[in-house]
Design a protein around this ligand. Structure first.
Ligand SMILES: NC(=O)c1ccc[n+]([C@@H]2O[C@H](COP(=O)([O-])OP(=O)(O)OC[C@H]3O[C@@H](n4cnc5c(N)ncnc54)[C@H](O)[C@@H]3O)[C@@H](O)[C@H]2O)c1
Ligand SMILES: [Zn+2]
Ligand SMILES: [Zn+2]
Length: 369
């Protein structure tokens, strides 16, 4: 059964998003149709509208959604109508070398089909009949979406869907960068550059892992105030610093064990690397534009045994990690309610993007009827 659905679309690069009615096809083999309850607005959605993430428009945005299954396609046995699910913007094919070795975040299949379902086809088109691309196998900033089961994770029915949605990107990415990728040690020092939806979660992930000192860095005092609520022990507004690296080296008495780039700029990745002490690890979480380059002092890698690495989707194993995060939320160890700083109707989606750009939100969340 095909569904008409309002959806948030990037029609043209460097133009505001538009809300349009689209058609969402019934699920085929191995697919499910979801009626979305909520979808968070991530900076990566914005990056898809300005070429930083080069997805060809038109694209149905959204990769941080949660909702209920309303139809299942052939051979779907593990999911049924009524199940609650969260989207996963990496598809987990289960067969490639990365899935087989416990790193589904690097699944080969997901890389091949960045703006379609895993098999390269689409279930989305506009009212004129033209196909619409989808953001990373998802396109869940819409009232309905048809996804492959490799892009969905079943969650407990008791978990509120607006909070569950956030796990689909920002929370998993941020907490996972600290816990899965960096494996932050108890008693260590962490520095987090960028305190948006992702960075705030990197801060709380570092706190959960037991870091003793967590320095939050941002250019916006409002974000730094939020950072304290999520576990930052120190804050630095880099706008007020002549040399932010020097300031942090002094503050940390010689440097950080872990530093995270959660902005999406090579220049900040170099700062993250620059604040490390010997043996430290810098993790690039932000997504920089395709032409962005950075450089580091090569010999410092050798003499300081430093590590510079990336983290995609918090090195998630979504089917294992989503339930863990929900468990932490229930145990009052993971803040999700506090992340939702503003909610929007789907018609207000352009405002949600503007508010994110203006730095007004921890996370803005679109709530569907
Ligand atoms: N690795 C992944 O899997 C993954 C997943 C989701 C998002 N991302 C990326 O992570 C980045 C952050 O996403 P978000 O949703 O948290 O964005 P956001 O817009 O909510 O937050 C970005 C923060 O960076 C701050 N900032 C901007 N310029 C800065 C500077 N020069 N120095 C310090 N802080 C600065 C802003 O004030 C803001 O608080 C984006 O690049 C996004 O594409 C990566
Ligand atoms: Zn995201
Ligand atoms: Zn795979």
């Amino acid at each position: 059964m095909e569904q008409k659905a309002k959806a948030v679309i990037c029609r043209e690069i460097n133009q505001p998003v538009v809300v349009e009615e689209i058609l969402v096809e019934a699920p085929r083999r191995g697919e499910v149709m979801i009626k979305l309850a909520a979808c968070g607005v991530c900076h990566s959605d914005l990056s898809a509208t300005n070429g930083t993430i080069p997805f060809p428009p038109p694209v149905v945005l959204g990769h941080e959604g949660a909702g209920k299954i309303i139809a299942v396609g052939e051979v779907v046995t593990d999911y049924k109508v009524g199940d609650h699910v969260v989207s996963s913007f990496v598809s987990m094919c289960g067969k490639c070398r990365y899935c087989q070795t416990g790193r589904p975040q690097l699944c080969d299949q997901a890389g091949k089909a960045a703006t379609t379902l895993p098999d390269g086809t689409l279930r989305t088109r506009d009212l004129a009949g033209n196909p619409l691309n989808i953001f990373s196998g998802c396109g869940v900033m819409a009232e309905y979406a048809t996804l492959h089961i490799d892009n969905v994770v079943k969650v407990d029915q008791q978990m509120p869907l607006d909070k569950a949605a956030l796990i689909g990107c920002g929370v998993m990415t941020g907490v996972g960068a600290a816990v899965n990728t960096a494996k932050v040690d108890p008693g260590s020092i962490a520095v987090v550059f960028g305190c948006g939806g992702v960075g705030l979660n990197t801060i709380q992930g570092s706190a959960i892992a037991g870091a003793r000192m967590i320095v939050a860095v941002d250019t916006n005092d409002g974000k730094l105030e939020m950072a304290r609520k999520f576990g930052a022990t120190h804050v630095v507004n880099s706008k007020n610093e002549e040399n932010v690296v020097k300031t942090i080296l002094k503050l940390t008495d010689g440097g950080a064990d872990y530093a995270f780039e959660c902005v999406g700029l090579g220049e900040i990745a170099a700062q993250a690397y620059g604040v490390l002490r010997k043996g430290g690890t810098a993790v690039v979480v932000g997504v920089a534009g395709p032409k962005d380059m950075t450089s580091i002092r090569t010999a410092s890698l050798t003499f300081g045994e430093k590590t510079l690495t990336g983290s995609y989707f918090g090195s998630a194993r979504p089917r294992e990690d989503f339930p863990r995060l929900i468990g932490l939320y229930r145990a009052h160890r993971l803040k999700l309610d506090e992340l939702i700083s503003h909610t929007y109707t789907i018609d207000q989606a352009p405002q949600a993007f503007a508010d994110m750009q203006a730095g007004r939100n921890a996370r803005g969340v679109i709530i569907f009827e």
